[in-house]
Ligand binder design. Structure first.
Ligand code: DGL
Length: 269
């Protein structure tokens, strides 16, 4: 009954890594749908179907709690899966809320009405599907007023990262930041709204300049998971974990080892 961490590919490892550091006694099961990544260029129905399929596979591998460590999947599938009803004892959580609570200076679960917050100009970098969903803006509007969000759909970045082409990823990051800054010359904060992007966080920060506060999800999601497990100790991960992929385990293991700088061995899902 490990805690499941799901992503379309390698990006969720940024969340897993932070969660493993924050919760060293918890067992995690990572699942990357690398064979079908990127999700961010697919339509919402497609992302929903693929996410549902992967989550069912994770449940059958023994996870009770699955974190969608993928913004694209969180935007297209989380609410729909929850509304359709989950099997008894199974839970699915997403990655938007901890980030938006940090941006809007809220404690976990503070559901008071939206209010003015410090930050007024926010740059959002995400996949085309996440940007099209407007899910960030919707979650933000529940918590804050008067925040101007400029979104940049970062086509190509996830593919380049999945291919391990860091030179191309860096060039794409620079060009997406340029495009964003033509629309919003002085963002105060930038949201890395795709779990692949923290792998390029230094490049985002360098292109944005040091005055822009960059928010990424790893530590924020890990902290919120720790809080959740404290309130729901029965959902804490124990037993068998591991790394599963729908892609080529050798190739995915090599990339994961390169990104996390420690030996990671995937097996076929
Ligand atoms: N890591 C996923 C996310 O957070 C990437 C989606 C994709 O596969 O395009 O959105």
């Amino acid at each position: 009954m490990a805690v499941g961490i799901f992503d379309s590919g390698l990006g969720g490892l940024t969340v897993l890594n932070a969660a493993q550091k924050r919760l060293p006694d918890v067992t995690f099961l990572y699942y990357g749908d690398n064979a079908r990544a990127p999700y961010g260029v697919r339509d919402a129905e497609d992302v929903y179907q693929l996410t549902k399929q992967a989550v069912h596979d994770m449940w059958s591998k023994g996870c009770d709690l699955v974190i969608l460590a993928c913004n694209t999947a969180s935007a297209a599938a989380l609410r729909r899966m929850q509304e359709e009803g989950l099997p008894k004892g199974k839970r699915v959580l997403g990655v938007f809320v901890p980030l938006i609570e940090a941006l809007t200076e809220r404690q976990w679960g503070d559901n008071s009405p939206p209010r003015e917050v410090e930050v007024k100009h926010v740059a959002l970098f995400a996949t085309p599907a996440t940007v099209a969903s407007r899910a960030f803006q919707r979650e933000l509007a529940f918590r804050a007023i008067g925040v101007d969000v400029e979104a940049q759909a970062c086509g190509g970045v996830v593919d380049a990262i999945e291919d391990g082409d860091m030179i191309l990823s860096e060039a794409l990051v620079r060009s997406h930041v340029d495009a964003l800054m033509r629309k919003m010359p002085k963002p105060q904060a930038a949201i890395l709204g795709c779990t692949h992007y923290p792998l390029m966080e230094k490049e985002f920060q360098a292109a944005l300049g040091e005055n822009v506060k960059v928010f990424s999800q790893g530590n924020l999601v890990a902290e919120s998971l720790a809080d959740y497990l404290e309130r729901h100790p029965d959902m804490a991960g124990t037993g068998e974990g591991g790394y599963f992929t729908t892609g080529d385990p050798k190739r995915v293991s090599d990339r994961a080892t390169q990104f996390l700088r420690r030996e990671i061995t995937f097996q076929a899902a």
